[in-house]
Design a protein around this ligand. Structure first.
Ligand SMILES: NC(=O)c1ccc[n+]([C@@H]2O[C@H](COP(=O)([O-])OP(=O)(O)OC[C@H]3O[C@@H](n4cnc5c(N)ncnc54)[C@H](O)[C@@H]3O)[C@@H](O)[C@H]2O)c1
Length: 396
């Protein structure tokens, strides 16, 4: 059983607590740190936490606390993690791990040197759909992965600090791109090095210094391409979609806006529909169990099992650091308009992977390019002659 101290009583702190307490769960949020006494007391009352305080260190150090959950604005993650290290407390942190790779690397090294458990709360790599898709990819159902695209777009975050570049560390690239990069990285292979990034970013709508819209390509050492599309200016709800393309197959996942649950309401007696839904009348797209569909349940189960059995969780501080490094390169590329290298002073994956091309042998003299039955009833085959390199066509 884990006894958790929640740092932060805001949006994600409450989502996490809902997930942790879940359905007859034995793990409990026992302590809450919030800036204001009123917020700490309200959270403590809502989640029956015996310990509450406006002093962060007091909450982390409390002897009843077995694990700390960082649910604070991005600029406070490092301070919170360092206090956990000081008090040798297992820590799980929300995304992004740092505002940049430098912060993330310091956090990773600090927990590792102290021998403290560090889990990265990347919930979208734990949704039931994602876990099933990843299994299929790992079992080879899609062949060699060539392209993994992830999109997160919504009308913008819910608190002031997100919109402040200093506190948040960036705009939608950091806030949403962190999910997308880790999703693509999982599908392409976490041991494959992300080498360079090309990114377009702009502030198209909001009166802010950071970007509110961006698209990027992340090139991996084996030739695979990761792609992210992020926006704080998208209208119509929260669009969370992934696409994976391999030599033998394809996966499309829609996590949120089209889950197969559609509802019409005149708006009379309207209520909450789903995170970032922009309407509660007309045709609506509710989500059955957000805490589960967004991956929080599977994520905490993995974290708690990992800490209790002494193994690594699926998402670690190292993963958070790699994500930050990819996003740092994206920011640089958005400025220089060039492919920018991903700086990874610590890299634990494969080295020197070459780009694999799978040639399909047709016969002794030919490679197969394509076979197709056309609308006029022909069964065509397109081949490459090994010796001459000529591309030829035959009817079967
Ligand atoms: N899907 C996800 O994984 C997900 C979703 C939303 C947010 N997040 C992350 O969670 C973290 C918190 O975001 P949120 O949405 O809960 O924000 P929020 O604004 O709803 O809540 C933040 C909490 O931190 C407190 N806080 C703000 N400034 C503070 C300060 N200077 N000192 C101490 N406490 C302060 C607030 O009072 C509040 O309790 C961010 O890092 C964000 O990126 C993750």
């Amino acid at each position: 059983m884990q006894k958790i101290a929640m740092l932060g009583s805001g949006f994600i702190g409450r989502f996490y607590a809902d997930s942790i307490h879940g359905q007859r769960s034995r793990d409990r949020v026992v302590a809450i740190y919030a800036r204001s006494e009123a917020n700490a007391k309200k959270f403590a009352e809502d989640y029956q936490c015996p310990i509450w305080s406006t002093n962060i260190e007091e909450v982390i150090a409390h002897p009843d606390v077995t694990m700390v959950c960082v649910a604070l604005p991005n600029n406070l993650h490092e301070t919170a993690v360092m206090l956990c290290v000081k008090h040798k407390k297992a820590v799980v942190s929300t995304k992004p791990l740092g505002r940049n790779a430098e912060e993330a690397l310091r956090m990773m090294q600090a927990v590792e040197e102290a021998g403290v458990f560090g889990g990265y709360l990347e919930d979208l790599c734990y949704t039931p759909k994602f876990l099933k898709a990843l299994d299929s990819v790992k079992n080879g159902a899609l062949g060699r992965i060539l392209w993994a695209k992830s999109r997160e777009a919504h009308p913008g975050p819910h608190s002031n600090w997100f919109w402040d570049k200093e506190q948040a560390g960036g705009g939608c690239i950091l806030d949403l791109g962190c999910h997308c990069v880790e999703i693509s990285r999982n599908f392409i292979g976490k041991d494959i090095r992300p080498v360079e990034v090309m990114c377009w970013a702009a502030t198209q709508v909001k009166p802010i210094e950071a970007e509110d819209h961006a698209i990027a390509l992340v090139k991996y050492e084996n030739g695979a391409i990761g792609q992210f599309e992020v926006s704080w200016t998208f209208r119509g709800g929260m669009d969370l979609r992934d696409e994976v393309m391999g030599t033998e197959g394809t996966i499309w996942i829609n996590n949120f806006l089209r889950t197969g649950f559609e509802m019409y309401s005149s708006g009379k007696g309207a209520d909450y529909v789903a995170e970032k839904a922009e309407s509660n009348s007309g045709w609506l797209f509710p989500v059955g169990d957000e805490v589960n569909d967004l991956g929080y349940n599977h994520m905490f189960t993995d974290m708690f099992d990992a800490v209790e059995t002494g193994r690594e969780p699926l998402e670690t501080f190292y993963d958070g650091y790699v994500v930050n490094a990819v996003l740092d390169a994206a920011y640089k590329s958005a400025e220089t308009k060039q492919w920018e290298p991903v700086a990874l002073p610590v890299w634990r994956g494969q080295e020197g992977v070459t780009q694999g091309i799978t040639l399909v042998e047709y016969d002794e003299n030919h490679y197969l390019i394509k076979e197709e039955i056309t609308h006029d009833g022909r069964h065509k085959i397109i081949l490459k002659e090994k010796q001459s390199g000529a591309i030829i066509e035959r009817d079967l």
